[in-house]
Design a protein around this ligand. Structure first.
Ligand SMILES: Cc1ncc(C[n+]2csc(CCOP(=O)(O)OP(=O)(O)O)c2C)c(N)n1
Ligand SMILES: [Mg+2]
Length: 361
């Protein structure tokens, strides 16, 4: 399959079309109907939580949030393929994959409310914290991969980055390091075609992102990231290769249907027509069409499910909202066992600010 979809030809690996019809039966992944329905449920849950997160933020109940709207098939595919012993090294836009690894929504909400406790997914297995410094996580991923190889463990690392992240030095160092050291890492670039307001065409002169893997001597492929089956198939094959010490680069082509974060206004830099065109390739709508055509889904059951999801999401949000308030002063305490003098000076300045603020009341 990797041979058939050489990134130099800029071919896109797809299994179903926009209407949910199978394009290539031979590429259909080995996955039961029950598992597909579960994946659809999970993607729907992630989308509902995502929409509600934006709404909580708009109500002033959460600081910021980066929407996943339109990108659910990438995390959905990972959820199908990742095993407990595999590692997930995420960026900051992988809601479904975090949940699949065992992070709770409550913890995720805490993170976006500014709690340090939200950086620790207590019950999640083999996951690194949300990484906001773009692409820094990829080097950690290769380090984990190298350790897996050294200790001869049966585990694969799934490392996620955005299209903007591919312009950083860390991305290139990580790919080179992984290839040279035969580390079992699958790099997944969520090419949602924007780095905040910077469109993909300003990001690179390469014909696509997948092609960059060739220079590093890696297997690489450009996949329709809005096609759950294509993602599952590509990830399954990639996991096999990575397990044999051949790291892989997957470019998952998608579209960020929402804003960059709740602090962004995309109407300033893209057109409604473009948004409407991409809405037609929505990953959840496509999968629903497939399921309905196979008589595995109906709209009534979806409504009942959504009501149930909303209740559960509200419950977890309220738990996060009622979490004990943290002292703002705590931010000075997390990095050093012994506080250096310059940080102590900042802390004193901050305390004076608080006193000044109190006096103005
Ligand atoms: C090292 C670094 N530089 C700049 C930023 C500010 N920043 C936050 S998100 C972002 C764009 C990221 O774009 P992309 O990698 O495509 O991911 P996406 O947001 O589209 O998921 C930038 C520049 C940052 N977080 N880290
Ligand atoms: Mg992007």
């Amino acid at each position: 399959m990797f041979k058939e979809y050489n990134p130099l030809d800029d071919k896109l690996f797809q299994v179903i079309d926009k209407d949910g019809k199978i394009l290539a039966k031979k590429h259909m992944p080995d996955i039961s109907d029950e598992r597909v329905i579960q994946a659809f449920n999970d993607m729907l849950f992630a989308r509902t939580a995502d929409m509600m997160a934006v709404s909580y933020q708009r109500q002033g109940r959460m600081f910021t949030y980066p929407p996943n709207f339109g990108q659910e098939a990438i995390s959905g595919g990972l959820a199908v393929v990742m095993r407990d012993q595999d590692w997930l090294v995420p960026a900051f836009r992988e809601l479904g994959a975090w949940l699949a690894k065992g992070a709770s929504l409550k913890e995720i909400f805490l993170y976006f409310m500014g709690y340090e406790d939200g950086t620790v997914f207590k019950d999640a297995k083999n996951i690194t914290p949300i990484a906001v410094p773009i692409a820094s996580q990829l080097l950690h991923a290769v380090g984990i991969g190298y350790a897996i190889k050294y200790r001869k463990l049966d585990s694969v690392v799934y490392a996620i980055v955005g299209d903007g992240g591919t312009s950083t030095g860390d991305f290139h160092e990580a790919l080179n390091f992984a290839a040279v050291w035969d580390a079992p890492v699958v790099f997944i670039v969520q090419n949602n075609q924007f780095a905040i307001s910077v469109p993909f065409k300003k990001q690179t002169r390469s014909i696509n992102i997948a092609v960059k893997g060739i220079a590093y001597g890696m297997e690489c492929i450009k996949v329709d990231g809005n096609d759950l089956f294509a993602m599952v198939k590509a990830l399954q094959e990639a996991a096999k290769l990575a397990g044999e010490g051949k790291p892989v680069l997957i470019e998952a082509l998608t579209y960020r249907r929402g804003a960059h974060t709740t602090s962004d206004d995309p109407t300033k830099y893209r057109t409604k027509e473009e948004e409407e065109t991409w809405a037609l390739a929505d990953p959840i709508d496509r999968l629903r069409k497939y399921l309905v055509s196979k008589k595995l889904w109906n709209e009534d059951s979806e409504e009942a499910l959504l009501a149930q999801f909303k209740k559960e999401i509200d419950r977890q949000f309220e738990e996060a909202e009622n979490y004990p308030a943290y002292a703002l002063d705590d931010v000075f305490k997390f990095h050093y066992a012994d506080m250096p003098a310059d940080l102590r000076r900042q802390q004193v300045e901050y305390e004076k600010f608080l006193q000044w603020k109190e006096a103005r009341k």
